[in-house]
Design a protein around this ligand. Structure first.
Ligand SMILES: [Zn+2]
Length: 332
């Protein structure tokens, strides 16, 4: 069988896709079914195959059983001590919705293999603020010691703000970025210099401040190194704060309003989660599950719940129970 190919996100604007990986212990999940619920092995496999993880489990920072962080030096499950053969990696690609990503996303999804539900497509909503913070986290990873840093941050911001422009192309042909004295809005390239209209220029300064603040005492910007007070003063004197309707005076309040404005204001953005289950399915195929010790208890004919929903509910319940019963790191 050919090796599962990595997904190609080349067609997406930069920084619109965030990838998360979570390691899941299949032995923990199987145990919850067979030992706690007394469900036969074959049925357990079926239930596990139909399992839809919650978005928070796949992208959130809190990991609870059966999820854990896998480390090279500690390849065993922290909950049940199983070996890495029983661990599956679920990869989730979170795609920010919007005009710039709609077409490449549809094309990517249309081309995915579907015969065994190798991929799940989940949807969620995120506020503009949340999406902005995810983006800022990516920016904070850029090397601030690099001479190119300020240029990279500026380019990334312009890509985020105007994703349809080919900024790779624009930046390949400029050597300098300046505030325009002519333009009222937008940008232009003249004699290999990129000119930004004042509102756009001041936005880039604010972004540079916000991103660099996380690694320096003050923010490093086109305007030199600035404290928050310096930044607010400049944004006020330039007329930018008035232009975007920020009238408060306290620098902290201005900063908060500015962040919210830069994020895109009120409202939200649709998030598309592409969950790659290929490793999960292939590991599940290899998993040996022992039958429950006692015969499965006769189930009372409960309310009829659709099979998929029931499976999801059962997994959640079982996992919750297992977490309560077995503290992390307890050995067999
Ligand atoms: Zn485990």
């Amino acid at each position: 069988m050919p090796k599962p190919h990595a997904l190609d996100f080349e067609a997406f604007p930069h920084n619109t896709v965030t990838t998360y990986q979570r390691t899941l212990c299949l032995a923990c999940v199987a145990d919850a079914f067979t030992k706690l619920l007394g469900i036969p092995a074959k049925k357990t496999v079926q239930e596990m195959k139909g399992y839809t993880p919650a978005i928070e489990e796949l992208t959130g920072s809190a990991l609870v059983r059966p999820y854990f962080t896998s480390a090279e030096d500690k390849p065993h499950c922290p909950y049940c001590d199983s070996s890495s053969r029983k661990h599956a990696v679920i990869t989730t690609h979170s795609i920010e919705g919007g005009k710039a990503t709609d077409a490449p996303r549809r094309k990517l999804i249309a081309d995915l293999p579907t015969s065994q539900n190798q991929f799940l497509v989940l949807e969620g909503k995120s506020t503009h603020d949340e999406a902005f913070f995810t983006w800022l986290e990516k920016m904070a990873r850029l090397d601030s010691e690099d001479e190119q840093w300020i240029r990279d941050v500026t380019k990334a911001f312009l890509e985020r703000k105007m994703p349809r422009e080919d900024w790779d192309q624009v930046f390949a042909n400029i050597y300098m970025i300046r505030r325009s004295a002519r333009l009222a809005e937008g940008w232009e390239v003249d004699a290999r210099r990129l000119f930004l209209a004042p509102p756009l220029y001041w936005e880039t300064v604010a972004i540079q401040y916000i991103v660099s603040r996380s690694h320096h005492g003050g923010g490093q910007t086109f305007e030199g190194r600035l404290t928050l007070q310096d930044l607010v003063n400049r944004l006020r004197h330039s007329g930018y704060l008035r232009y975007i309707g920020i009238a408060t005076h306290n620098p902290g309040d201005v900063f908060e309003a500015l962040m919210h404005h830069l994020a895109g204001g009120d409202g939200g953005v649709k998030m598309h989660y592409l969950v790659d289950r290929r490793d999960f399915l292939s590991k599940l195929k290899e998993l040996k599950i022992s039958e429950p010790k006692k015969a499965a208890p006769k189930k009372a004919p409960a309310k009829k719940v659709p099979a998929k929903k029931a499976a999801k509910k059962a997994v959640k319940k079982a996992v919750k129970k297992a977490v309560k019963k077995t503290p992390a790191r307890k050995k067999k």
